[in-house]
Ligand binder design. Structure first.
Ligand SMILES: Nc1nc2c(ncn2[C@@H]2O[C@H](COP(=O)(O)OP(=O)(O)OP(=O)(O)O)[C@@H](O)[C@H]2O)c(=O)[nH]1
Ligand SMILES: [Mg+2]
Length: 319
């Protein structure tokens, strides 16, 4: 199953401790301080990757730490810095700092976001010698790294989103329009997680069906709607065999509104699906009703190649 939301804890590495040591060898019985500094703890960063499944790496490992710095040693030996941890998250991931607040987004492959800084290494006793204190017996301990609780949410960056009631034929359209091979079934809620396909470079997202009350948790709920928040165009699929096209249309619009008002502002295309199963006369009426709302509407059947070609051109034109 696609992991598209996860809460993890990230920790910068702890700094290494400074050392307490004094020079001792055959020639020097009581030498000066030579305790080295500890290394800094590693930082934790996020970066983008072109793989929508990448959040699955956090399904079982919820605490991620960078390496601790190494403690300082005798003979002014500095401890090594801890290695950084670079976490690759899918492009379109929204990162929320639950501990301190703040929202970041990873939208580019080149982006590198520092999320938890490693602790500074402690100074060894050599650093504390002065004209008055020649044999300091103290040093610093390494500092703890930052620790943050983080929510990662994937909001896919699709150009076009297919929406509609369950069983409206959304996945069938994705399959007909693109290289995707989603599961298709003659029952509601066949799609349980979003599918993506590509049409001439435009990414189309097919999401699970939405029903009345989805915003109150009915059906599969409405959290999948976040995957269409970034799209330019919404393709509203309505089964042409329905008794009431306007009611079906309004049901989905009202769930969109409850989820995020901005979804109503998006460019929209209504598609009456499965037209091969509907009686012609009836179709004309339904098309008229939709057009009366000043909406762009098309009649489509997956077994009518011409209707799919026309839909494809329309989508490319509008997105
Ligand atoms: N005859 C015919 N059947 C279609 C057409 N489009 C879809 N279907 C059928 O309608 C049923 C539902 O199709 P899906 O593509 O799974 O519908 P969906 O909207 O993705 O459904 P959910 O994922 O459950 O929301 C399947 O049995 C499809 O074979 C069409 O143009 N003509
Ligand atoms: Mg489906």
């Amino acid at each position: 199953m696609l992991v598209d939301e996860v809460i993890i804890t990230v920790k910068g590495g702890r700094g290494g401790d400074g050392a307490i040591s004094f020079k001792r060898n055959a020639q020097t019985a009581k030498g000066g301080p030579d305790g080295g500094n500890g290394g800094n703890g590693g930082n934790v960063y996020f970066t983008g990757i072109n793989d929508i499944t990448a959040l699955s790496q956090f399904a079982y490992s919820k605490v991620i730490s960078a390496e601790n710095g190494v403690s300082g040693g005798k003979q002014n030996l500095y401890g090594r810095n801890g290695n950084d941890k670079l976490l690759k998250v899918p492009l379109g991931t929204v990162i929320t700092d639950i501990s301190e607040g703040g929202n970041y987004e990873i939208n580019k492959l080149t982006e590198k976001l520092l999320i938890a800084k490693g602790g500074k290494g402690g100074r060894g006793n050599n650093e504390f010698k002065s004209s008055t204190v020649q044999a300091p017996r103290y040093r610093e301990l390494g500092q703890l790294g930052e620790e943050k609780k983080i929510k990662l949410e994937l909001k896919m960056i699709a150009d076009i989103g297919l929406i509609g009631l369950p069983n409206a034929g959304k996945s069938s359209l994705l399959k007909a329009l693109t290289n995707a091979n989603p599961k298709i079934g003659d029952y509601p809620f066949t799609t349980l997680e979003p599918n993506l396909g590509v049409l001439n470079g435009k990414v189309i997202a097919d999401i699970p069906g939405v029903i009345e009350g989805a915003s109150n948790g009915k059906g599969l709920g409405d959290k999948f709607l976040r995957h269409i928040e970034r799209t330019k165009l919404l393709v509203h699929c309505i089964d042409s065999g329905t008794n009431d096209v306007i009611k079906d249309y309004r049901t989905i619009r009202s769930e969109l509104k409850n989820f995020n008002n901005n979804l109503l502002e998006k460019d929209e295309l209504v598609v009456l699906t499965k037209t091969d199963l509907s009686v012609n006369k009836d179709l004309g009426d339904k098309l008229k009703k939709i057009k009366k709302l000043n909406l762009d509407c098309m009649l489509v059947s997956i077994i009518n190649d011409e209707s799919i070609r026309n839909l494809a051109s329309k989508l490319l034109e509008k997105s």
